[in-house]
Ligand binder design. Structure first.
Ligand SMILES: Cc1cc2nc3c(=O)[nH]c(=O)nc-3n(C[C@H](O)[C@H](O)[C@H](O)COP(=O)(O)OP(=O)(O)OC[C@H]3O[C@@H](n4cnc5c(N)ncnc54)[C@H](O)[C@@H]3O)c2cc1C
Length: 387
């Protein structure tokens, strides 16, 4: 059994790996290196904190189902009172007529894994969600369970506190140098000059994982991409509104008495966003609002309350997480590149990585499709359902 695991990054992924190491019986030292314990610029705290099982890759469906069960039973699992305000109200994903066959293919994958996702023809959609305009919709798929939203900050705080309960040490510091010798990381240097010589290093540095790995000479295409969230009020009762993904790519969901919404920018205006946390208001004016008002006519009257921007931890190779050991640096473990679905996958990913360190292989979810090998060998594992 290794004696010390150093986790670089104390966001939801780092906290989850740390907690699950203890859950899996790791008795050595667990050190989480986090440069900003206020988490002001962490993806976790700036996210939309939503969870869906409607993915196109079986491993992502499995990670989401694990996450939903974790959220439902959080206090019992963590062994401490934790309320993250989990609202299980489904994603409604709308597809245009040409995409109906693809939506049905995905539905088959999800149902084969036990997901309860309902299929709505346009007329049935209009009856079930009377505030929705459905003229140009081909099909709507709606998750009946294991989908919804929660408070990411509360989840992070709960997992961090539960990890501390189990003697995980959080260290406020920046990891700024990793040294390899003999096919192993032999040294992690912190900005204050401290040097660590861990048995395992877990890269959980979120959107900064690519830069961190570059210091080792490892080419990991994980970079920050700015994504904005707009919070608004509107003359629409939100109590029966699920998370809605429109055919335009715009999304919205209830938040308090109002809603939050967003859209991914076109790839042609989506630069790496190091240091840029300025919300893009023109994106809201020009794309999000018109799309949502066309889909939900009462949103023509909305009043914007505020907006913020965070960073997707984008894996530019195939928009999927990188999980598991490096094939050549034998004590380097990846837990990064979640590309916009890392909060929902944190429990499953944390467990899988902990299992690999403690037991030498996965026991709960087979994460081998997400191994680093695919990146190194140019074999993308494509996730079709990304936003
Ligand atoms: C607008 C937006 C909406 C999103 N919506 C959702 C959603 O609905 N559902 C979902 O599942 N996901 C969503 N995501 C994605 C999700 O937030 C991320 O995938 C997830 O938070 C990744 O967690 P993390 O712990 O890896 O990253 P982070 O939370 O960013 O944590 C990484 C930590 O590493 C630290 N760090 C980095 N480098 C170093 C270093 N060298 N030394 C020390 N510390 C370091 C950082 O300070 C940071 O706190 C969204 C993201 C954004 C931006």
């Amino acid at each position: 059994m290794p004696q010390q695991v150093v986790i670089i990054g104390g966001g939801i992924i780092g906290c989850s790996v740390a907690w699950f190491l203890r859950h899996e019986g790791f008795t050595g030292e667990v050190v989480v290196i986090e440069r900003d314990p206020s988490y002001q610029q962490s993806s976790t705290t700036l996210s939309a904190a939503s969870i869906r099982v409607q993915f196109g890759s079986p491993v992502n469906v499995a990670l989401s189902r694990f996450g939903a069960d974790f959220l439902r039973n959080l206090s019992r699992i963590l062994g401490r009172e934790a309320d993250v305000g989990y609202v299980e109200r489904g994603y409604l994903i709308l597809s245009p007529p040409p995409a109906v066959a693809e939506a049905d293919r995905l539905l088959d994958i999800q149902r084969a894994q036990g997901c309860m996702v309902e299929r709505f023809e346009p007329a049935a959609l209009a009856a079930r969600f009377p505030w929705l305009a459905v003229e140009d919709v081909g099909v709507g798929t709606f998750g009946l369970r294991e989908e919804g939203w929660f408070d990411a900050w509360s989840l992070l705080a709960a997992m961090r506190a539960a990890a501390i309960d189990k003697d995980v040490r959080f260290c406020r510091a920046e990891a700024d140098g990793l040294r390899v010798a003999g096919g192993r990381i032999v040294n992690v240097r912190l900005a204050d000059g401290t040097e660590l010589e861990p048995d395992w290093v877990v890269c959980a540095a979120g959107a900064h994982s690519g830069r961190l790995m570059a210091s080792l000479g490892v080419d990991l295409p994980v970079v920050p991409k700015k994504r904005c969230i707009y919070h608004f009020k509107a003359p629409l009762d939100n109590t029966d509104v699920p998370m809605v993904f429109d055919t335009s790519g715009a999304w919205l969901r209830p938040e308090g008495a109002g809603f939050i919404c967003g859209i991914s920018p076109d790839s042609s205006c989506d630069p790496d966003a190091y240091g840029d946390f300025e919300p893009d208001m023109s994106l809201f004016e020009e794309r999000v609002w018109p799309a949502l008002a066309a889909r939900i006519p009462s949103l023509e009257q909305l009043r914007l309350l505020h907006a913020w921007a965070g960073h997707y931890d984008m894996n530019m190779f195939d928009h999927n997480a990188v999980l598991g050991a490096h094939p050549e640096i034998e004590n380097l473990m990846f837990a990064c590149g979640f590309s916009g679905h890392g909060v929902m996958h944190a429990p499953g990913a944390g467990r899988a990585v902990a299992e690999m360190i403690v037991h030498g292989g996965h026991r709960t979810i087979d994460i081998s499709p997400l191994a680093f090998d695919r990146v190194a060998q140019g074999r993308p594992y494509i996730e079709s359902t990304i936003y």
